[in-house]
Design a protein around this ligand. Structure first.
Ligand SMILES: Nc1ncnc2c1ncn2[C@@H]1O[C@H](COP(=O)(O)OP(=O)(O)OP(=O)(O)O)[C@@H](O)[C@H]1O
Ligand SMILES: [Mg+2]
Length: 294
């Protein structure tokens, strides 16, 4: 999976992205740099599908960059440069190497997914009590911070309480991450809403610079890290159509695919038409959000 990139050493591959270390900056700081590469891989139902979606890596990289700019007055980010090796042009970023907090910082403005499951079992999400009567897709009275611990490869992240986060990283850092996460969500939700997209929830990752400054890392506010719902078809009480993966999911669970979701088998190859429609959705999400042509 990892590419042979001159000057870069492969560190890690997730479902969709690959991380490399680069030579330290050749200035007096000697700061460590990483190369974050977004592939065209797409996952659904926890499987990496074949084939990839052409241009997905570039679209998501550009979207992330656009959001980093929209948030620049709220929080510093890890982006150093978009000047990357030819092989990964357009879909990679040079970033500061941060000491990452071991917390997936999730903000939710709407109830669905693991939040809904927790609510139905306990009436709470991550220790935050919620009013009775909420259904799949309900807008929450106010956005909430619902942190999760990063799971090992192949496992699902586990929702945890704010107190559990304070025990891991201390009250001061936990409070800072919570405040930042909620401020970023509020800003992004407003921007998306003006453009006809509901930002139901989002997952952020933060790290610290050697001097302790908290910096926003990873990718931000992409369809891979967030739930985007088209506002015009929003209807609580059912699963909302996902902005990006709906064609893929619908096809996989349809009789045409011949795939049994209950089996542990790798799903079949996506037909060209599904790939093309899905690519169109990513382009549309990018253009609708940023107002820029891809
Ligand atoms: N600036 C940074 N410095 C150091 N590590 C970073 C930085 N930005 C992101 N990371 C880390 O890089 C890794 C990116 O991994 P990636 O998201 O591709 O895979 P994953 O989280 O292991 O799996 P998944 O595919 O489920 O997301 C994460 O561990 C993230 O915390
Ligand atoms: Mg990740």
């Amino acid at each position: 999976m990892p590419l042979d990139i001159p000057g870069a050493t492969h560190l890690h591959s997730g479902k969709v992205r690959d991380l490399y270390s680069l030579e330290p900056a050749d200035d007096e700081t000697g700061e460590e740099r990483l190369l974050m590469v977004a592939s065209d891989r797409i996952s659904a139902f926890d499987f990496i599908l074949t084939p990839g979606i052409p241009d997905k890596g570039e679209i998501l990289t550009r979207m992330s960059l656009w959001w980093f700019d929209q948030l620049a007055d709220l929080v510093p980010n890890h982006v150093v440069s978009t000047a990357v090796p030819e092989k990964v042009r357009g879909r990679a970023l040079v970033v500061e190497k941060l000491d990452m907090f071991p917390v997936e910082c999730v903000a939710r403005g709407y109830l669905t997914g693991s939040g809904l499951a927790d609510y139905e079992a306990t009436g709470e999400v991550c220790g935050v009590p919620l009013p009775p009567g909420l259904v799949d897709g309900s807008r929450l009275p106010e956005p909430i911070f619902t942190p999760a611990t990063k799971a090992e490869l192949g496992e699902h992240d586990e929702n945890v309480s704010f107190e559990a986060v304070t025990e891991t990283i201390g009250l001061e850092s936990a409070t800072a991450l919570k405040d930042l996460t909620l401020r970023i969500y509020a800003r992004a939700e407003e921007i998306a809403r003006e453009r006809g997209i509901i930002l139901a929830d989002t997952k952020l990752e933060f790290g610290a610079r050697p001097d302790g400054t908290i910096v926003l890392g990873d990718e931000v506010l992409t369809p891979d890290s967030s739930r985007f719902w088209p506002a015009d078809s929003y209807q609580p009480g059912r699963a909302q159509p996902s902005y990006d993966k709906q064609f893929v999911r619908n096809w996989l669970v349809s009789p045409e695919s011949g795939w049994d979701r209950a089996s542990d088998e790798q799903p079949p190859t996506l037909p060209d038409e599904i790939v093309a429609k899905t690519r169109e959705r990513y382009v549309q999400a990018y253009e609708q959000l940023t107002g820029q042509a891809f």
